[in-house]
Design a protein around this ligand. Structure first.
Ligand code: AKG
Length: 293
């Protein structure tokens, strides 16, 4: 495992950012987001986990300590927790922070656009066989091939908790065929043994960006008791066409509790709500049949 090549030094230089993305298939930017903003989102999410009995009693929610049996996406016990998590304005706002927005404007060399669907993953320890398997995002994202996936931890993630790992250079093999797998997304690709996985410890505020063809997967959580919480979202240039699915909330296909009308009810007057409706340039088209992320 190689540590990530860091790119904070070129965040204002679009052509340098794009050159590194072309070479490695990813960009890793340390401390891009203000740590306190990220930890605020973590606190709100961990307090929800606590309300649902997922955390060990009498521990600080910020530590994310659990003695609960693993809860997986799609489980009955997961759904009400995730519906509440998706109502958090701070969670949806994080991707719109000027530090992210300015980086994306530089990268796309035009005004950029954060796709509204924003995903949180809460990964339990002792459940590594159900972690995210190696995959490419394009089958879920569609739209412009220039769309960039962004992933960040909601809290510090030392190597034993296991963040996201990436197969550097894997985007150069094009779109790979998939087979069904357990874990989020439900599809996996085979891994080129000649390529190397890259991964570093993560601090709250770091951002990993990668292409829709870059193979990535969850690294195992080796702790006996610590949850991993993460956020992921996508960006495109405003002149690009995106898949209209990504204008909707994550899991909107499950029911009304995952509709914007329900999720932003308490913050519909804030700039975070429906910001895409105020951007005249956004082009979205239905993607056709595709797997769900
Ligand atoms: O956090 C995870 O386990 C998976 C995230 C992911 O695959 C992505 O951001 O594309």
């Amino acid at each position: 495992m190689q540590p990530y090549i860091e790119s904070k030094d070129v965040i204002h230089d679009g052509s340098a950012l794009r050159a590194r993305m072309r070479e490695y298939g990813y960009l890793f930017i340390r401390d891009l987001l203000p740590r306190d903003d990220v930890l605020h989102v973590r606190r709100e999410i961990m307090e929800i986990c606590e309300d649902f009995g997922w955390l060990r009693e009498k521990t600080d929610p910020m530590d994310g300590l659990t003695d609960h049996a693993p809860v997986r996406e799609g489980d009955d016990a997961w759904r009400p927790m995730y519906a509440r998590l998706q109502t958090l304005e701070s969670f949806h706002r994080l991707k719109l922070h000027p530090n992210v927005n300015n980086l994306m404007d530089a990268y796309f060399e035009e005004p950029s656009f954060a796709l509204p669907m924003t995903i949180a993953r809460i990964a339990f320890p002792r459940d590594n066989e159900n972690g995210t398997a190696p995959h490419q995002d394009w089958i879920y994202v569609r739209g412009s091939m220039d769309t960039v996936s962004c992933w960040g931890t909601l809290g510090d993630v030392p190597p034993e908790i296991g963040g996201l790992k990436l197969l550097a250079g894997s985007h150069k093999a094009g779109l790979l065929s998939t087979v069904p797998s357990p874990g989020p997304g439900g599809n996996m690709v085979s891994v080129d043994p000649e390529l190397e996985w890259h991964q570093s410890d993560y601090r709250a505020g770091d951002l990993l960006m990668f292409t829709p063809l870059t193979v990535h997967a969850a690294a195992d959580n080796h702790t006996p008791d610590t949850l991993r919480a993460s956020i992921d979202f996508r960006y495109a240039g405003q002149s690009h066409t995106i898949s209209s699915t990504w204008l909707e909330p994550h899991y909107h296909w499950l029911g009304d509790e995952f509709s914007w009308d329900v999720l932003d009810r308490d913050w519909h007057d804030s700039p975070t709500a429906r910001y895409w409706e105020r951007l005249p340039q956004v082009k979205a088209r239905p993607p056709g049949k595709m797997p769900r992320v």
